[in-house]
Every structure is written in structure tokens, then in C-alpha cells.
Write a protein that binds this ligand. Structure first.
Ligand code: HEC
Ligand code: HEC
Length: 335
């Protein structure tokens, strides 16, 4: 009996050790202990005309999610007076729960009126909400962490200047186990982030494409993770009030957009049309059209350097199963 108990003891220790090892090697301990977060500071950002202008330019890239839209229209307009007032994100496929982009206007009760500057700054780049929880990474903080200190200051200054809008949106509710898994995503920033190197169009385009999170939609995913080798190859499904479409292959492969030139790219981003073909409004052209010519041209320079990936995706065709990305999209059966 004693021997049996001894073996049982050793057995349990072995199982426990294996479990520790398995957790350390796979999901890590963050899901159990909570996200990595730095303490809040009491820093505040001084409002200057330069920061207001830069913040306005940058905030345009936040509005796709943080403002409500009429998703049935080609230019997905924001109802007047609702800039920054938040919305329940209307994706009907592939989202693990109810994802809500909060009201960021300075309304005291329904918005960010009571949040400090550093709460906003930490949320934007480091993914920790004002209440200390890990934000669902559809909020693109893994990309926004490359924003310089000055750009974050500009964003916060601009957000603070928005007219307060009284608009109650519900809280995000992420299902188990994803709610625990996302706790390993936030990474604190503890050193200064200098301005990016924008000295050539390629470097500028690299920065802009990455900080804009084009890959979140244009790289297909499996179990919520981008599929390796299919970077920017399209096929990610976006379903909602705009219909059901797959993102496009942006690589220069013959199955992607090899026929694009700078003029066509600018036309697509400014008008939402690729010659006569209308782009679905879930592609945020209505937001990208606000970028300067130089920024758009630099983005195109970077897109040209993407590794060509063979993956046919055509929303004009009926959806069919695709062997390459595993989802159901137009011309999937021709891959
Ligand atoms: C693709 C959609 C999307 C984009 C683009 C986006 N956000 Fe968010 N944001 C969200 C979602 C969703 C949440 C809430 C996540 C959660 O509740 O777990 C969020 C949360 C936040 C929060 C935290 C609020 C809190 O609870 O503390 C801040 C601040 C914020 N976003 C600012 C921004 C800014 C500034 C930008 C642009 C630079 C931006 N967001 C771009 C979707 C987005
Ligand atoms: C919210 C998801 C989403 C984001 C973010 C997004 N796209 Fe798209 N994009 C799409 C979808 C969906 C399509 C396909 C639209 C259609 O076929 O009507 C598309 C189509 C395009 C096209 C047209 C390709 C063609 O077929 O001619 C270009 C170019 C493009 N996106 C560039 C970008 C760039 C650059 C970014 C980042 C700055 C970006 N997209 C961000 C969803 C997105």
C-alpha cells in the first residue's frame, strides 16, 4: 500500500511537471496570471496645433471601428455628430463573441471623459484597457505599438478634443477560452519610441502598411492566427451588413494584383473603384482616401515588394472551398 502511495505521489508530481512544461511551451502562463502591464503614470500631453493636426490625420484610421457607420452604403458614412462614439463591430462570422469598439469621445458617463491620458496611450500601443484588462487584439495594438511617442501624444490630444457624444455601447464579451488566451498578447512599452525612419518611399510604405494593419484583413487566418506563407494573399472572410466577401490577394503574383500601377492604386483608394469594378465597403477605401498622395504612393511601393503568393480570390464568383486557405471564397476551387 505504502509503495502504491509512493508511486502515486511520484506519478502526480510527474504529471504536474509535464503540465507545467506543456503550458510553458504552448500558451504560457499569462492566461492564468493576467496580461503583462506596466503601471499607469500621471503624464499628460500638451495640446499644440501640430499635435491636433497630426492626431486628426491619424485618427481617421481609427474611425472605421470607433465610429458607427451606415454599412449598407459604398462609402460607409459616419452619421453626423457620431465621430468616435463607438460601435458594436458588425462582423457575423469568425469573431469569438461580441466585440465592441468603445466610445472614445470625452463624454463622462458613456465615453472616455474620465480616463487619463496615459490610460489612452497605454491602451493604444500596449493593449491594456483603462480597467486593466487585456484588449481583444482586433483593436490593432500589436501594430500600433510602432507609433512614436509623439504620434501617440497627438492621437490622445486629438481624441480629447472630440465633441463629447452621449452614446452607450455595451462591453466586449469574448468567449472562453479565447478570453484567457488573449492575455498573452499585450506587451508593455518601457523605453522611448522614436519617430520611424521614413527617409525613402519604401521605408515609409513599410511603416504605413504595417501600422495600418492591412494584414489583419489581407492575410487569411486559421484559428485566429495568420497562416504562415500566405502573407497578404487574401481569402479572409468578412461577413456583415455589407454582404459576405473575401479580402483580395495584394501580392504581385499573377493571381494577385500584378496589373496594378500607381495610378490604379490611387484610383482604388480614392474612389472605391478599380476601373469599373466597385470595391465592397468593408475594404476601408473611404478611410484611406484621406491619406496624402505621398503616403499612398509609398504604400504602393511597399506592396510591390511583397513576396508573390499564388492564391486566387474573386468575389465576383460563387464561394467554393479553397485548399490553400481552408475557407469558402470565390474561385476557391480553382486553387
Ligand atoms: C479594427 C478595429 C479597430 C481599430 C482600427 C481601432 N480600434 Fe481601438 N478598439 C477596438 C476594439 C474592438 C476595442 C475594444 C477591445 C476590447 O474590449 O477588448 C478597442 C479599444 C480601444 C481603446 C481602449 C478602451 C479602453 O477600454 O480602455 C482605445 C483607447 C482605443 N481602442 C483607441 C484606438 C485608436 C486611437 C485607434 C487608431 C489609432 C484605434 N483604437 C483603432 C477596435 C479598433
Ligand atoms: C476590414 C478589412 C480590410 C482592411 C483593414 C483592409 N482591406 Fe483591402 N480589401 C478588403 C476586402 C474585403 C477587399 C475585397 C473587396 C472586394 O472584392 O470588393 C479588399 C480589397 C483591396 C484592394 C483591391 C484589390 C483588387 O481586387 O483590385 C486593395 C488594393 C486593398 N484592399 C488594399 C488594402 C490596403 C493597402 C490596406 C491597408 C491600408 C487594406 N486594403 C486594408 C478588406 C480590407
Amino acid at each position: 500500500m505504502a509503495r502504491f502511495l509512493k508511486w502515486l505521489g511520484i506519478g502526480s508530481v510527474a504529471v504536474a511537471l509535464l503540465l507545467v512544461l506543456a503550458i510553458s511551451l504552448t500558451i504560457g502562463w499569462r492566461p492564468f496570471f493576467g496580461p503583462k502591464a506596466r503601471p499607469l503614470t500621471d503624464r499628460t500631453f500638451v495640446r499644440t496645433p501640430e499635435r491636433m493636426a497630426r492626431g486628426k490625420y491619424l485618427f481617421s484610421g481609427c474611425e472605421g471601428c470607433h465610429s458607427p457607420h451606415d454599412w449598407t452604403q459604398h462609402d460607409a458614412p459616419v452619421p453626423s455628430g457620431m465621430h468616435g462614439a463607438g460601435q458594436i463591430l458588425p462582423f457575423s462570422e469568425g469573431v469569438p463573441g461580441r466585440v465592441v469598439a468603445p466610445n472614445l469621445t470625452p463624454d463622462l458617463e458613456t465615453g472616455a471623459g474620465a480616463w487619463t491620458d496615459d490610460m489612452l496611450a497605454r491602451a493604444i500601443r500596449e493593449g491594456i484597457g483603462q480597467d486593466g484588462r487585456a484588449l481583444f487584439p482586433m483593436m490593432p495594438y500589436p501594430h500600433l505599438r510602432f507609433l512614436s511617442d509623439e504620434d501617440v501624444a497627438s492621437l490622445v490630444v486629438y481624441i480629447r478634443s472630440l465633441p463629447p457624444v452621449r452614446n452607450t455601447v455595451p462591453k466586449t464579451e469574448i468567449v472562453f477560452p479565447v478570453i484567457y488566451l488573449i492575455r498573452s498578447v499585450p506587451e508593455p512599452i518601457t523605453a522611448p519610441v522614436p519617430p520611424p525612419d521614413l527617409s525613402t518611399p519604401l521605408k515609409r510604405g513599410d511603416f504605413l502598411i504595417n501600422v495600418s494593419g492591412c494584414s489583419d484583413c489581407h492575410t487569411p487566418q486559421r484559428h485566429g492566427e495568420p497562416i504562415k506563407g500566405l502573407e497578404y494573399a487574401g481569402g479572409f472572410i468578412l461577413a456583415g451588413p455589407w454582404g459576405r466577401v473575401a479580402s483580395a490577394n495584394l501580392t504581385p503574383d499573377p493571381s494577385g494584383i500584378p496589373y496594378y500601377d500607381e495610378a490604379l492604386f490611387l484610383q482604388a483608394m480614392r474612389t472605391g473603384y478599380v476601373q469599373a469594378r466597385k470595391l465592397n465597403q468593408i475594404m476601408p477605401w473611404w478611410d484611406l482616401r484621406n491619406l496624402s498622395d505621398d503616403d499612398l504612393k509609398a504604400m504602393f511601393v511597399y506592396l510591390r515588394t511583397l513576396k508573390p503568393v499564388h492564391h486566387r480570390v474573386d468575389n465576383a464568383e460563387a464561394p467554393s472551398q479553397c485548399k490553400i486557405c481552408g475557407s469558402n471564397h470565390g474561385t476557391g476551387n480553382q486553387n
